[in-house]
Design a protein around this ligand. Structure first.
Ligand SMILES: [Zn+2]
Length: 334
């Protein structure tokens, strides 16, 4: 079915051409001015009647697990254009609207680095990306990156659906609410279970159905400064800290999603054995990324298709625990 898209008050509405034509044809045999008037009214009302139900609440914040960013979903998704959002912290990177199995979702390329301004403060594209997704009403998001396997039991191409994380030597804003000027008064974001167990379950189920390699269903991410790869001594230190896998961006995304009350999980993967663990070359990583991408994209899309039917068990852990008063005075009224 062909659809027209109208944007009214920032919301995208779908208008189904064929339904309007069908209505017009039905009226053809007893055509009169009255029926023409009804047809015109039906056309005008269509975006409000049909489109009001069309909300996009799912997002993919892309990373290296999903390969070359412009190719994401190629041949599998319907592409519906792109736009940017003006947030209090600045203009967002381009946000692409896509559709898979009639489920609409937003896609952001490579952690929001696209269109990043040279003079932008360190990490600020994460702030504008997540502030924009929150502004758009996103409630569920997925991410994923390739990284180094500190855990010597992991190997090239393995998938990791991590359940905890460590931020080390962080240089980005730790509080996206403060950085983006977003208010969520009376909501406590807990990090007792930093990644959404329900979205993690979807990723596990879909990975097990189709992935060609091994899948680790728990593990600890460590994120350090993104400027370079680690040294062997740093990797040994991270191993003793309890980390299984190292990368540079998905930790920030996990923190921001939780602070904004967005269900979030990661399809991470192993493109190298971490510096000092075993030798590897740049070409080894390039080849691994190609093999991972072939499996990870379709897995993620199947998860997206299941989100609208998802029954949540995570409760307020992901969305935040409501409270009254303040930390030191439960009876305080602002
Ligand atoms: Zn959740």
């Amino acid at each position: 079915m062909k659809c027209l898209h109208n944007r009214i008050n920032g919301t995208i509405y779908r208008i189904h051409k064929e339904e309007i034509m069908e209505y017009m044809m039905r009226q053809k045999n007893h055509f009169c001015i009255f029926n023409l008037g009804l047809a015109v009214l039906a056309f005008i009302a269509m975006p409000f009647h049909l489109g009001a139900e069309e909300k996009t609440t799912i997002a993919v914040v892309g990373g290296t697990s999903f390969g070359y960013p412009p190719d994401f979903g190629k041949g599998l998704v319907e592409e519906e254009g792109s736009f940017t959002v003006q947030t209090k912290s600045g203009e967002s990177p381009p946000i692409y609207r896509m559709r898979y199995k009639d489920v609409p979702f937003y896609y952001v390329r490579m952690h929001g680095e696209e269109g990043r301004k040279e003079n932008q403060k360190q990490g600020w594209h994460f702030v504008t990306t997540w502030a924009a997704l929150h502004q758009l009403g996103v409630t569920h998001a997925f991410g994923g990156a390739t990284g180094g396997s500190i855990n010597t039991g992991y190997d090239f191409d393995d998938l990791l659906i991590a359940d905890d994380l460590i931020l080390y030597a962080n240089q980005r804003p730790q509080n996206v609410l403060r950085a983006a000027g977003v208010e969520r008064k009376g909501v406590f974001p807990s990090f007792a279970e930093p990644l959404c167990p329900d979205l993690r379950r979807l990723l596990m189920e879909e990975s097990k159905k189709s992935y060609h390699g091994r899948i680790h269903t728990s593990g600890v991410i460590i994120q350090d400064d993104p400027a370079r790869f680690e040294t062997p001594a740093e990797i040994r230190m991270m191993r003793t800290m309890g980390a299984d896998w190292v990368s540079h961006n998905v930790g920030t995304e996990t923190i921001y999603a939780r602070q904004l009350g967005i269900h979030f999980a990661l399809l991470n993967s192993v493109s190298n054995p971490a510096v000092g663990t075993r030798p590897f070359t740049f070409e080894d990583m390039q080849n691994s990324v190609q093999r991972i991408t072939a499996g990870s994209g379709p897995i993620l899309l199947e998860c997206i298709a299941r989100v609208p039917r998802l029954k949540h068990t995570c409760g307020v852990e992901c969305t935040g625990e409501p409270y009254t008063g303040s930390y030191t005075n439960p009876k305080e009224v602002e």
